[in-house]
Design a protein around this ligand. Structure first.
Ligand code: AP5
Ligand code: MG
Ligand code: ZN
Length: 210
């Protein structure tokens, strides 16, 4: 199954992608995570993306399209994949079509802007392995420490309130039109993101099994 998760920053794409990955045993591919890893490794692509990311703006299409092309060519994608955070613009969606990638379903997780702002201020990520936690919804066993690797939990630079606002503007302007794009192709299901991760997961799985 080839899937796309759509939704605003902080809607819970990464959280739900993880659940789908476990259940269907297909890789979850987050362009955000790939870019952050590149940044950490100091690659040229990472450095190019840094200023955009830090400002809450989208990284240029050609950069992310290149990333996805390489990633989808890897062996583990042959039985399916979940795209989390790609496509985010019409040209990116068009690039997938041009690559001849068949998309089965697109699930859009809808969460109001006010909820997003509050949610992202509570997110903490592991500086070492990137695992995601939340001060209210997903507390680590020991405060400030990653359950998985013992790394230090930090706030993502682009989770600062003013940067979240910039990300929301980019989302509404550049990414939201994709709902119409995939709806016209008959592939879109919209689910309301709930205040509970498990409740959202139930809706997402119902959409996938439909
Ligand atoms: P990226 O890393 O993709 O970030 P994003 O999409 O802005 O959003 P998040 O990852 O913050 O949100 P999410 O929906 O995954 O939510 P999560 O599950 O973590 O992109 C970052 C940047 O990279 C972009 O700004 C851009 O610069 C660049 N980029 C990436 N892809 C690009 C592309 N295709 N084109 C151009 N540029 C690109 O959940 C958020 C928090 O809420 C967590 O703490 C979680 O625990 C909690 N939570 C989740 N679900 C619930 C729930 N139901 N109830 C309560 N809390 C919840
Ligand atoms: Mg994410
Ligand atoms: Zn960790």
């Amino acid at each position: 199954m080839n899937l796309i998760l759509l939704g605003a920053p902080g809607a819970g794409k990464g959280t739900q992608a993880e659940k789908i990955c476990e259940h269907y045993n297909i890789p979850a591919i987050s362009t955000g995570n790939i870019i952050r890893a590149a940044l950490k490794n100091g690659t040229e692509m990472g450095l190019k993306a840094k200023s955009y990311m830090d400002a809450g703006q989208l990284v240029p299409d050609e950069v992310v399209i290149g990333i996805i092309k390489d990633r989808l060519a890897e062996d583990d994608c042959k039985d399916g994949f979940i795209l989390d955070g790609f496509p985010r613009t019409i040209p990116q969606a068009q690039a997938l079509e041009d690559m001849g990638i068949q998309i089965d379903k697109v699930v859009d997780i809808e969460v109001p802007d006010e909820t997003i702002t509050a949610r992202l201020s509570g997110r903490r990520v592991c500086a070492k392995c990137g695992n995601s936690y939340h001060m209210i919804y997903k507390f680590p066993k020991v405060e400030g420490i990653c359950d998985a690797c013992g790394g230090e939990l930090v706030q993502r630079k682009d989770d600062a309130p003013e940067t979240v606002q910039a990300r929301l503007v980019e989302y509404h302007e550049m990414t939201e039109p994709l709902k119409d794009f995939y709806s016209k192709l008959g592939k879109l299901t919209v689910v309301e993101g709930q205040e509970d991760v498990e409740d959202t997961t139930k809706l997402v799985f119902a959409a996938l099994e439909d």
